[in-house]
Write a protein that binds this ligand. Structure first.
Ligand code: GLY
Length: 187
C-alpha cells in the first residue's frame, strides 16, 4: 500500500523492525536517533543498554580499526562484516511487505546512515508490482535508489530473477556499487 516506516541512528532498541513498524503506523515515515528512541518509549518499545548490542568479536575488531582503519568501501573492497538482514513477504491476499535491518558498515562515523532505512533505497514494497530488500555498500545503493528501481522493473509482469540481476548490474555499472537484493513479484 506504499505505507512505510523507518528508524535510523538508534542505539538502545533491540528489535528495530518492530519500532519501524510503529513509525509506519504513525503519521511519519522516518525517525532518527534520540527522536526515534523517545518515540519508542512513547509506544512501549523497551529501551535497552547499548552494551547489550556489542559482541566481544566486534569490540575487538573496532579496537583493531582504531590503529588500522579499514579502507572505505568500494567496488574493490567490501568490508568483512555485513550484518544486514532483509525479507520480503507476499500474503495470499496480495499484500506485500519488505523489511531491512542493519548495524551499518564497519567503523562508520557517528551519524552515518546507509541505505537500509531509506525507503526506496534499502527497502520498498508496492502491492502493484512487488517488494525488495537490499544489502551491501549503502552509499552506492542509496545513490541509485536500488529497491525502487528493482520493484519498478517488475512492471509488465517481468520475472523477478532477471530483474534482480539487472538491478545489481545497474548498481555496479552506474556507481561502481556492490550489493545483493531480495526481490519478490506480486501474486
Ligand atoms: N547496507 C547497509 C549499510 O550500508 O549500512
Amino acid at each position: 500500500t506504499l505505507d512505510a516506516g523507518a528508524v535510523a541512528g538508534v542505539r538502545r532498541v533491540k528489535n528495530v523492525i518492530r519500532l519501524a513498524r510503529r513509525v509506519m503506523e504513525s503519521p511519519h515515515t522516518l525517525l532518527i536517533a534520540q527522536g526515534a528512541e523517545i518515540f519508542a518509549d512513547q509506544v512501549g518499545i523497551p529501551l535497552i543498554d547499548n552494551n547489550e548490542l556489542k559482541t566481544p568479536e566486534l569490540i575487538k575488531q573496532w579496537q583493531t580499526y582504531q590503529t588500522n582503519p579499514p579502507p572505505l568501501p568500494s567496488a574493490e573492497y567490501i568490508p568483512p562484516h555485513c550484518d544486514t538482514v532483509g525479507c520480503v513477504a507476499v500474503d495470499c491476499h496480495g499484500n506485500i511487505a519488505a523489511g531491512t535491518s542493519t548495524g551499518g558498515m564497519d567503523f562508520k562515523p557517528v551519524g552515518r546512515v546507509g541505505d537500509s532505512p531509506i525507503i526506496g533505497a534499502g527497502v520498498y514494497a508496492d502491492n502493484l508490482f512487488g517488494g525488495a530488500s537490499a544489502t551491501g555498500w549503502g552509499e552506492s545503493i542509496t545513490r541509485v535508489v536500488l529497491a525502487k528501481f528493482a520493484v519498478d522493473s517488475l512492471q509488465g509482469n517481468r520475472d523477478p530473477h532477471p530483474a534482480a540481476r539487472d538491478a545489481i548490474e545497474m548498481l555496479a555499472r552506474r556507481v561502481g556499487g556492490t550489493g545483493g537484493i531480495i526481490l519478490a513479484d506480486r501474486l
